[in-house]
Design a protein around this ligand. Structure first.
Ligand SMILES: [Mn+2]
Length: 275
C-alpha cells in the first residue's frame, strides 16, 4: 500500500508555512485541471547498494503513480549523480529508471527535464527517447494558472562567482568534446570520484544553497515578478510565502523523498511514503 502525505511538518523557513489559500488576490488565469508532479535530486548512482536500490525502486513506483494519477511530470535536475551521453553508449546502471521514464512518456505523460549541475551533459538522447522537453536554463511558464519560475537552482544569482566560472568551463563544448574522447568506463570512474570528493562538507554547502535560493525567491516574489518559484538543488524541502508568492523547494529523492504537486491552482510539498 502506498500513500502520499502533504509535507508541512518539516518545513523550516523564515516565511510563514501556508495552511490556507495564500493567494486570494491573484485571479485564476487557468484552473488548469492538470495534475503535475515535480521531482529532483535523486542523484542516482551516488550511493551504495541498499540506499541506491531504495531510491531506484521508489522512483519506479513513483513513475507508476504519475502514470496513473498525473498529466505531467517535471524533473528539476540531478536525477542522476552523473549523466553523460556518448554517441552510442548509455550507462546501464540507470537502465531500470530509464525504462520507467520511457514507459511514462509513452503512456502520454508530458515530461519536462530541467538539467541540473550533475546531469547537464546531454546531446539528444534524453529529448529524443525519454522526455518531451529538455531545458538547459530556468524557465517561466503558467502552471496551475500561476506564473511560475522553474529551475534546478544552481547559479541563479551572482552570489556563486567561483561556481559560475567552473560551470562555464565544465559546460564548454571543448570540455564536452575532450571528455567524450575518454573511454566510458574511465569517464564514469572519474566523474564518480569527483562527485565523492565534492561531497566533503556537503551539509554546509546545502545550507548555503538553501539560503541563497530562499533570498533569491524572497526578493523576486516580494517584487511580484512571479507567483511561484519552484526549485530543487539544496536538498532541503521548504514551502514559504513571500509577498503574495510562494517559494517551493521540493527537497530531494535521496534523503527526504519529497516532491512537488500542482493541482487545481495550488502547489504542495509532498512526501512519498510506502508501507
Ligand atoms: Mn544540484
Amino acid at each position: 500500500m502506498r500513500y502520499d502525505t502533504v509535507y508541512f511538518n518539516m518545513v523550516k523557513s523564515p516565511g510563514k508555512a501556508r495552511t490556507t489559500d495564500p493567494n486570494p488576490d491573484i485571479p485564476e488565469m487557468d484552473a488548469g485541471g492538470e495534475k503535475i508532479f515535480i521531482i529532483s535530486d535523486a542523484h542516482l548512482g551516488a550511493d551504495d547498494g541498499a540506499a541506491e536500490s531504495v531510491k531506484r525502486e521508489g522512483l519506479i513506483r513513483f513513475f507508476e503513480h504519475v502514470r496513473k494519477n498525473g498529466d505531467r511530470l517535471i524533473i528539476l535536475g540531478d536525477l542522476f549523480d552523473f549523466w553523460f551521453e556518448y554517441r552510442y553508449m548509455i550507462d546501464f546502471i540507470h537502465f531500470p529508471v530509464l525504462a520507467g521514464l520511457w514507459q511514462t512518456r509513452r503512456s502520454g505523460v508530458r515530461i519536462d527535464y530541467y538539467l541540473g549541475n550533475h546531469d547537464y551533459w546531454t546531446s539528444g538522447f534524453l529529448s529524443s527517447e525519454l522526455v518531451t522537453h529538455v531545458r538547459k536554463t530556468p524557465h517561466c511558464e503558467v502552471i496551475g494558472g500561476k506564473k511560475a519560475l522553474l529551475a534546478h537552482g544552481d547559479g541563479l544569482t551572482g552570489d556563486e562567482k567561483g561556481y559560475l566560472l567552473m560551470r562555464r568551463i565544465l559546460r564548454h563544448p571543448v570540455t564536452y568534446y575532450l571528455f567524450r574522447l575518454l573511454h566510458p568506463d574511465v569517464g564514469a570512474w572519474l566523474a564518480r570520484r569527483t562527485s565523492m570528493v565534492s561531497r566533503k562538507g556537503i551539509e554546509r554547502k546545502r545550507e548555503r544553497s538553501a539560503s541563497i535560493l530562499r533570498n533569491f525567491a524572497r526578493k523576486a516574489l516580494e517584487a511580484g515578478e512571479y507567483d511561484w518559484i519552484i526549485v530543487g538543488h539544496s536538498h532541503q524541502p521548504e514551502l514559504s510565502s513571500f509577498g503574495k508568492g510562494i517559494y517551493l523547494n521540493i527537497g530531494d529523492w535521496s534523503e527526504h523523498f519529497t516532491y512537488g504537486m500542482v493541482k487545481d491552482g495550488d502547489v504542495r510539498l509532498m512526501k512519498w511514503e510506502e508501507c
